[in-house]
Design a protein. Structure first.
Length: 349
């Protein structure tokens, strides 16, 4: 079908399709459009955002079935074919003959490209190599000076994933301040977020602006937009002296203080009650994975706070209270907290 028709038909499933390039539209028309229509018949909407535990299992099943079908002996060869130049032609032929795109995305109502990227992240052995050593950090800086932001090339040289080397370089590329935030840094952070928020709201629609005060550009916005999907690498650049994760943590800290009106939320009896409430609510969700937990909905277990604050408190709770927590699944961690830690907290309270 022609480009305009493809874009029009895809718009039913992807609201932001007008912002997608022509080349991507052509690929989606071939790989996704028929899939989307079939999912619609089954009453399934196209999804975006974090993959659920069930979707991850489906991807794993699809990959394993494709390997069994073709005889390719590893997921790494299938998904990172360029690492095996001697087998490259054979693997490409097998992927074409056995309809790799269709098989890998079977049963998952998402754009094929997102499923493929998720599979690469799940099966890349270079994703799970722990902290960077001092030598690796120096190597990374040298490779970036030689190859620029060609993260694919750098990842091959360092045997790390593309995402890993890109994010680590973002962290170490300049003299980052690790001490307490100064007033000047905090002001730069606030200004940066205000700037990107205004631009984001303007782009969405003029109806997002307050009809009461459009002239002065003071905005009334949904609270959730203050801490969801902000462009942290851009904000990092504007702040200058902190890397993106520090900016995100500081902003969540500021929001938590403002939303709770400066009241201590996690100390004394309030802190005990918050932990008790959080454990009970997590146990009630019956989630199979952290990706299935809506942390914003759980925020009232602690108080009027961002979901990221609740997630941080859960992390600290499991690290301090659950032995060998790294070896446990999410349901096992929650069950341990419910059965072992909850009675102790209630007694203490």
């Amino acid at each position: 079908i022609d480009l305009d028709t493809a874009r029009q038909e895809l718009e039913e499933f992807i609201p932001h399709v007008r912002n997608i390039s022509d080349s991507s539209i052509k690929k989606m028309a071939g790989r996704d459009l028929m899939r989307f229509k079939e999912f619609k018949k089954q009453g399934m909407a196209v999804k975006f955002g974090r993959f659920t535990h069930k979707e991850n299992i489906q991807i794993q099943k699809n990959v394993e079935e494709f390997l069994a079908l073709t005889g390719i002996d590893s997921a790494e060869k299938l998904l990172f074919t360029s690492r095996y130049p001697e087998d490259k032609d054979t693997i490409h032929r097998l992927k074409t003959e056995h309809h790799f795109c269709e098989k890998i995305s079977e049963g998952i109502p998402r754009p094929w490209r997102l499923i493929y990227y998720r599979a690469r992240k799940m099966f890349d052995p270079n994703n799970y190599k722990g902290r960077y050593t001092a030598e690796e950090k120096e190597q990374l800086k040298k490779y970036q000076a030689l190859h620029g932001n060609d993260w694919k090339k750098i990842s091959e040289l360092m045997s790390r994933s593309n995402l890993s080397v890109a994010m680590k370089f973002s962290e170490i590329k300049s003299a980052i301040n690790y001490g307490p935030w100064t007033k000047e840094e905090t002001q730069r952070l606030m200004s940066a977020i205000k700037e990107v928020m205004k631009r984001k709201l303007k782009a969405e629609s003029t109806s997002s602006l307050s009809s009461l005060d459009q002239s002065s550009m003071d905005l009334w916005i949904d609270r959730e937009k203050l801490y969801q999907q902000l462009p942290w690498t851009e904000i990092e650049t504007k702040v200058g002296s902190r890397y993106w994760r520090q900016c995100k943590q500081k902003w969540n800290s500021i929001l938590t203080s403002k939303m709770s009106r400066g009241q201590p939320l996690y100390r004394g009896t309030n802190g005990l009650q918050a932990k008790i409430n959080l454990i009970k609510r997590l146990y009630e969700t019956k989630a199979e994975d952290t990706s299935e937990v809506n942390w914003d909905e759980l925020s009232n277990a602690i108080g009027d706070v961002p979901g990221a604050y609740v997630q941080t408190k859960f992390y600290r709770l499991k690290v301090s209270c659950v032995p060998l927590w790294r070896r446990k699944t999410f349901p096992e961690v929650v069950e341990y907290l419910y059965e072992k830690k909850l009675p102790e907290l209630e007694e203490k309270l």
